[in-house]
Design a protein around this ligand. Structure first.
Ligand code: G3P
Length: 216
């Protein structure tokens, strides 16, 4: 299972990358808007830190415009994967770009049929947004289960990238369901490493070691 970090914040990306568990990065216009600097420069900087798929999203909503932006974004670095929204024009763009060897992360996926279309169009990743479904009283993880089983039925190569993860249980559920990738904000990466019994255990080991040191 691959772990991506869902942020455009360079300090968070550096810190998570130093932990040795980050395989890629996802951004979106909202995350980019929280950081200073030009979009292309931020993406370039991220590519220098993490050697893996780095998602950068297009803004155009027509296929020609999306393709044009995607080609420019893919010039920034070989690891750039272009994020395209799951709309009709997005499918056209995804088909054209993936046929040309440009990786697409089909984003804003909220139904199994949308995920099926993303795979048919040749997307490298399909991104179901689980937290946003939970927000409107739909079980987001149910969608992930459906997509994993559909992709397995037909051996689609498109990877299931679980997005809009809000808590550690989303990650654990995604792993149990066999999702290929989970993209998490830094806060969740920090939460999943913590356990109170680890902290209590470590404190006791260190206190006991003081007794050992006192012997000499
Ligand atoms: O990767 C998509 C993610 O950034 C959306 O998260 O919390 O805004 O729904 P959220």
């Amino acid at each position: 299972m691959k772990f991506f970090i869902d942020t455009a914040n360079i300090d968070e990306i550096r810190e998570a990358s130093d932990m040795g568990v980050i395989d890629g990065v996802t951004t979106n216009p909202s995350l980019i808007s929280k950081e200073d600097g030009k979009f292309e420069d931020i993406i370039r900087q991220i590519c220098e830190i993490v050697d893996g798929p780095i998602s950068a999203e297009v803004i155009a909503t027509d296929a020609a415009g999306m393709i044009d932006e995607a080609r420019k974004l893919s010039q920034i670095h070989k690891n750039v994967v272009v994020k395209i929204p799951c709309i009709r024009e997005g499918l056209k763009a995804t088909k054209a770009l993936s046929s040309d060897g440009i990786g697409v992360n089909m984003t804003l996926v909220f139904s199994p049929s949308q995920a099926l279309l993303a795979a048919k169009a040749g997307a490298m990743f399909a991104s179901p947004f689980v937290g946003r479904l939970d927000d409107i009283s739909h079980y987001g993880m149910e969608l992930v289960q459906q997509i994993v089983s559909i992709y397995n039925n037909y051996s689609f190569e498109t990877e299931v990238l679980v997005a809009s993860i809000r808590n550690p249980l989303h990650l654990v559920d995604a792993a149990q369901m066999g999702a290929d990738v989970a993209t998490m904000p830094f806060k969740v990466i920090d939460q999943i490493v913590r356990h109170p019994l680890t902290d209590i255990g470590l404190k006791k080991f260190l206190a006991d070691w003081e007794k050992v040191k006192a012997r000499s």
